[in-house]
Write a protein that binds this ligand. Sequence first.
Ligand code: NCD
Ligand code: ZN
Length: 345
Amino acid sequence: MTVSLTLRRPDDWHVHLRDGQMLAAVADATARQFARAIVMPNLKPPVTTAAAAAAYRDRIRAAVSPGLKFEPLMTCYLVDGIDSDELVRGHAQGIFTAAKLYPAHATTNSAHGVTDVRHIYPALEAMQRIGMPLLIHGEVTDHTVDIFDREAVFIERILKSVVADFPALKIVFEHITTKDAVDFVRDSGPNIAATITPHHLAINRNAMFEGGMRPHFYCLPVAKRELHRQALRQAATGGDPKFFLGTDSAPHAVETKESDCGCAGIYCAPLAIESYARVFEEEGALDRLEGFASEHGPRFYGLPLNPDFITLERVATPVPPRIPAAGTEIVPFHAGEVLDWRFVA
Ligand code: NCD
Ligand code: ZN
């Protein structure tokens, strides 16, 4: 039985680090395991300019403990009619790695999101030209569409036309949750990839209702049926370079989760690589974890692989029920469970 695992240091291609006291509380959890992370711009107000992204990057760097080497990769929050020159300039200055499409009102802090994808077509044109990736929260917001169908409908109504209109645009379909998305990405060209979270590999939608309402399993896009989870596990562990690690770690204070109209988001950063390792081991694919976690993402983004390595040990690792943060607590993913792997360094 494998007792220790050495991997090239992974990167997280989708994370929410928040700001202020919450940033101070969560930054190290990501920076301990990952060398780089694509940082989501859905702050209040959202990060829509290169100057705001550069200032946010400074705050993140300041929040990470001195001993940790961590590079935040910044994203621009796309809004209706956004100035393409700002994107191009920010990208050229090395501030913006990518830009993020949130359909308006699709998820947490997305009120400023895009109301019609045509309103950002000039930006997409520019991004295609300069090779800047578009990151997509792929859900329609049409309230007549069932919440469990919103990702599949997004592919049909929006994504297919974006791909047809910008055939060379690099697109990351983020935190995919359905077999429909897996199939779409697989059947598309090499410029279309996807990230997969640890929680969508581990839970199906039943988890939200097991023995009562379970708000800590609620995130967006919401977990789907078991057949979708199985498709995601095959995609993640199958070795296909189009699929890579993106935790979508999304910390919320416990009282904002355990309340009426509780927030969407799962805080999975503290034991992210351990959680993925469990899935890969269950699928008999531990040898493919490194590709998914540390190689496919940088290759898609055109960035170098990290030069250093991390080690996981097979040690029973209890997950704390709550983690103190910003004067309150956060319930992490796998709270109260025991994982088989522990990240050591
Ligand atoms: C994210 C958050 O809390 O910012 N929530 C989530 O459920 N994933 C927003 C997002 O990525 O959709
Ligand atoms: Zn997210």
